[in-house]
Design a protein around this ligand. Sequence first.
Ligand code: NBP
Length: 469
Amino acid sequence: MKAQFGVIGLAVMGQNLALNVESKGHPVAAYNRTADRTKAFAERTQGRKVVPAYTLQEFVATLERPRAILVMVKAGSPVDDVLAELFPLLAPGDLVMDGGNSHYDDTDRRLKLAEERGLLYLGVGISGGEAGALHGPAIMAGGHLEGYARVKGILTKIAAQGPEGPCCGYFGPGSAGHYVKMVHNGIEYAIMQTLAEAYDLMKRGLGMSPHEMADVFGEWNRGELGSYLLEITEGILRTRDPETGAPLVELILDTAQQKGTGKWSTQSALDIGAPAPTIAAAVFARIVSALKDERVHAEKLIPGPEPHLAADRAGFLADLHHAVYLTAVSAYAQGLRQLRDASQERGYGLDLAEVARVWMAGCIIRSKLLVPIRRALTAQPDLPILFLAEPFRSRWRDHHASLRRIVAEAHRHGIPAPAMSSALDFVDAYRTGRLPANLIQAQRDWFGAHTYERVDRPGTFHTEWEAIR
Ligand code: NBP
């Protein structure tokens, strides 16, 4: 049996994507560096249209030409290792897709290497974890359009089917797909941090039980904030440890990891000068969380107020809902703004409304919010920031006082809320016609003769500040 699609790398994602492709009627060739994994997969898929291969040569030989191969191995040097071995075995016109979380610079470099051999290359961001890979992920492709055209049918079939079409899209040349996936993960960091802050405020601030908090998250999830992350947060808070019977979340060590993509998203925002403070705050919050021993030590030495809020619970929870809403919108707003800036800088030609559409199902940041977000971006494709468009402008107008009260209460009681605070600061700065950066320019000119511009006449100026003082 010849296979129509090949998967290299049979860990969690590769196995499930291979099964997904096969379930749509396409015979799949499967290869993994370590043969045991291939063997286990072959046993698991007996009777299905899966062709296991134990060498790359065998794998390549089982594929129909021109070949379509998805590489699903650990991001970084493993991808280079695979490509170094794979490329020489392929024929011009064959297509290689990297479906891992590769850095966009690596994707641009690898695409050139593929081009030199007459191969087609796609950097494909795939979101949705294990279940998404099997039942329908969100797929963000970039690279050779001709290559995408060849596999669009299969990718569209295996993708999540969203309210506005299959969650699969081609976003532009080079590393466009991996860049979109990276920023998706940055937004994911920010929303996860926002929900963690809401949990902290309810738990330490209001003294609520996991079950009570689950009820709140569940109620929010049934409204306009409905999202995958709210859904799993409710589920987490309702889960008990089978061994002890205690709420499982309370038994989990409070140190979060920050792997590649969230950090890269912030690094790139800094490189291109895109304002993404809420995403950055979420990355830094994880970095601080990792300082567990230092935090436990400092708790005894650095004083602060008691975290207990004396608030009226119903009113506080209503405010908290609005604060979470505005912070989540801020995360999407900043991520989409970064995509807009990166698209200009890197020549991706991104269609942001299409990005919002592809994020509507399958991926970790799927949310009802993406429906009005897509509508706003369709009406104004170059929208600088979501809060300039309806319904977000009205929402900000009607509820920014809630966000202010929550941030103020958090600060007053010593409960960190970096995502919510940064979202508030970001919008406040964005809506301020004159910021104090004039003083910063003066300071720079004083100590470094960096010059400044004036508001009353054109040109570049330098002052001998000490001389005229
Ligand atoms: P992992 O990221 O855990 O990678 C394991 C796979 O990489 C195995 O097949 C392993 O082969 C292979 N591999 C390694 Br490690 N080094 C290799 C090398 N030098 N040459 C060939 N193969 C090598 O797998 P995953 O969790 O399925 O994720 C795959 C990609 O998808 C990653 O980029 C990940 O970031 C991304 N992703 C993951 C998720 C998720 O929920 N897990 C979601 C979205 C995206 P071996 O069996 O021989 O060791």
